[in-house]
Write a protein that binds this ligand. Structure first.
Ligand code: 4NP
Length: 154
């Protein structure tokens, strides 16, 4: 499985999602490829936000080596499943999609734990540290469920 995590800037939410899922995949002994990207391109080349790095580190995950990149149409070819952190991100990914085969690969991450509720991982960008912990916990739960369900779903 090749899985891509996508948010707006690729500096707050999706770098955490990449780091969290990569760690769970390693713990489960799965041979999956995990990456992340952003739809708005404002922070391309930057390391994850310091508070995302801090919260990851507090949970034993090092995301400091990641660098932000843009989500591109070719990602639909390179990945089997593409998780959007929020509905605005999913809408932009569907706008970038080129054909009927692309959109089914794109889905909301929180559908894994709140199916059909169209819930967003809240954008922590403008807020203080507690928002980053909330984001970590939500993504952590969703990724745990994705791993648990992987034998059925994939
Ligand atoms: P992210 O957070 O999508 O979780 O990486 C954001 C980071 C930067 C901006 C928006 C959201 N921005 O507009 O610069």
């Amino acid at each position: 499985m090749k899985i891509l995590m996508v948010c707006l800037g690729n500096i707050c939410r999706s770098p955490l999602a990449e780091g969290i899922l990569r760690q769970k995949v390693a713990e489960a002994g799965l041979n999956w490829t995990i990456d992340s990207a952003g739809t708005n391109g404002y922070h391309v080349g930057e390391a994850p936000h310091p508070l995302s790095q801090k919260v990851a580190r507090m949970n034993g995950i090092d995301i400091s080596g990641q660098r932000a990149r843009n989500f591109v149409a070719a990602d639909f070819d390179r990945f089997d499943r593409i998780y959007a952190m929020a509905t605005d991100v999913l809408a932009e990914m569907r706008r970038i999609a080129r054909n009927n085969y692309d959109p089914p690969k794109a889905m909301l991450l929180l559908d894994a734990i709140y199916p059909g509720e169209e819930r967003d991982v809240p954008d922590p960008w403008y807020g203080p540290e507690p928002g980053y912990h909330e984001v970590f916990d939500l993504i952590n739960k969703a990724c745990a469920t994705i791993i648990e369900q992987s034998t059925i779903t994939f």
